[in-house]
Design a protein around this ligand. Sequence first.
Ligand code: SF4
Length: 121
Amino acid sequence: MITKELTCVVCPAGCKVLVTLDENNQVIDVTGQTCPRGKKYAESEVTNPVRTLTSTVTVQTKDGAKMLPVRTDKPIPRPTLFEAMQIVRKTIVTAPVKTGDVVVENFIEEGTNLIACKDFE
Ligand code: SF4
């Protein structure tokens, strides 16, 4: 058995959660969380950690190049974040762009998109 200590990041309370795994890496116990969301987070974090990626891409406007805040519309697997950032760095969009517009479709995973978080005329 292995016990891992995590800090739940689902809300600002930051509970310390202990996850116990068996020899097959299966979760057999979760303690320390103060709500069900903490248990779900801890189980996911030790078996399939995911993150919502937030970053910026270049947007070409009539006033020149600016930075457009973007994020994924779903969490993506944490091991793919490096690959994801390589795509982000190469991405250039042209204004106009509105909040929620898809900047990169099927980003890293089928059905996940990189979306704009700001309007540019
Ligand atoms: S376990 Fe619940 S209360 Fe504690 S940090 Fe996670 S979400 Fe917040």
